[in-house]
Design a protein around this ligand. Structure first.
Ligand SMILES: Nc1ncnc2c1ncn2[C@@H]1O[C@H](COP(=O)(O)OP(=O)(O)OC[C@H]2O[C@@H]([n+]3cccc(C(=O)O)c3)[C@H](O)[C@@H]2O)[C@@H](O)[C@H]1O
Ligand SMILES: Nc1ncnc2c1ncn2[C@@H]1O[C@H](COP(=O)(O)OP(=O)(O)OP(=O)(O)O)[C@@H](O)[C@H]1O
Ligand SMILES: [Mg+2]
Length: 248
């Protein structure tokens, strides 16, 4: 495990140095992915790494796991409560759309806006310090497209991209991430009672096994492949028409 940790830590150091950046920053939610990203960043940049806790619809004190994490690894952090920002923006949008505001898509529209407001906040703070934004996507999330395009999916570097969810847990445990974080269900926290596995309709254990090439039940294979195919656009650059050729 020590070597695997060093591999990622050294990669972060080399990349950030080559980019000419001053350090690294991450959004800290109190979940396992950002906990691991933060712990690795802290090892790479003990004095030039930073966490940002960005509650929406709650207060910073209501994110005890995020606070415990930054304190446990002695990570410099800011808290930015984005509830007012979010409420203002969603109200402006709703008022603009008026009667055509769709109740059907409302929950997902709100969820994705939360992720994108956090992203733009993180980029603003990052630029102030000359830091790069660290994404927290793991291999299972990447494959299934379980992230908001240009929200939590937007980043400068993705140190966890080749780790399965199981590996994220093992490495987090090795690095001493607090038990409260190790023991809770993964959740995007975008609405009440949301869990990753509940929403995706498949377990991380099955996604990890599938990505290792192991046999898993047929219905899980189908769910994973459907999620992957539906989200292909999130893993590609936005397409456009070819350069116009007069002879064509
Ligand atoms: N074929 C295509 N080619 C190009 N673009 C395409 C497209 N189909 C949709 N799109 C665009 O993509 C948009 C849909 O993608 P997106 O905006 O990402 O939204 P969507 O995939 O609908 O929702 C995001 C999912 O990620 C989950 N999530 C979000 C944030 C954090 C976490 C977490 O684990 O913490 C999880 C969230 O719960 C939800 O299930 C469409 O509105 C459209 O703009
Ligand atoms: N309240 C928040 N404050 C700061 N960053 C957040 C907040 N909510 C989400 N994020 C950012 O969005 C990322 C994506 O969330 P996601 O739920 O996939 O990861 P996680 O919460 O770290 O781990 P998991 O939920 O799987 O245990 C987080 O890792 C974090 O960087
Ligand atoms: Mg989470």
């Amino acid at each position: 495990m020590k070597e695997r940790v060093n591999h990622i830590v050294n990669w972060i150091k080399n990349y950030v140095e080559d980019a000419g950046a001053n350090g690294v920053i991450v959004g800290v939610s109190g979940g396992i992915d950002s906990a691991l990203a933060a712990a690795l960043m802290k090892r790479a940049y003990p004095n030039n790494s930073m966490g940002v806790i960005m509650p929406i619809d709650k207060k910073v004190e209501d994110q005890p796991d995020a606070l415990e994490l930054v304190k446990s690894i002695d990570l410099t952090y800011y808290s930015v409560e984005l509830t007012d920002t979010f409420n203002t923006q969603i109200k402006d949008i709703e008022n603009t759309i008026g009667d055509e505001w769709s109740k059907e898509t409302e929950r997902m529209v709100r969820a994705n806006l939360m992720a994108r407001i956090r992203m733009s906040t993180l980029y603003a703070i990052a630029q102030n310090f000359g830091y790069l934004v660290v994404g927290t996507g793991n291999k299972a999330e990447k494959y299934t497209g379980y992230f908001t395009k240009f929200g939590d999916g937007a980043s400068d570097i993705e140190p966890l991209m080749n780790l399965s969810k199981g590996e994220v847990y093992k490495m987090s445990e090795y690095l001493g991430v607090p038990d409260a974080i190790l023991n809770k269900q993964p959740s995007a926290g975008l609405w009440e009672d949301q869990t990753d596995e509940g929403e995706m309709g498949v377990s991380y254990a099955h996604i990890d096994a599938f990505l290792r090439g192991e046999d898993i039940p047929e219905d899980s294979v189908k769910t994973i492949q459907d999620l992957h195919n539906k989200t292909m656009h999130k893993r590609q650059e936005a397409p456009g028409p070819n350069q116009f050729q007069k002879d064509e």
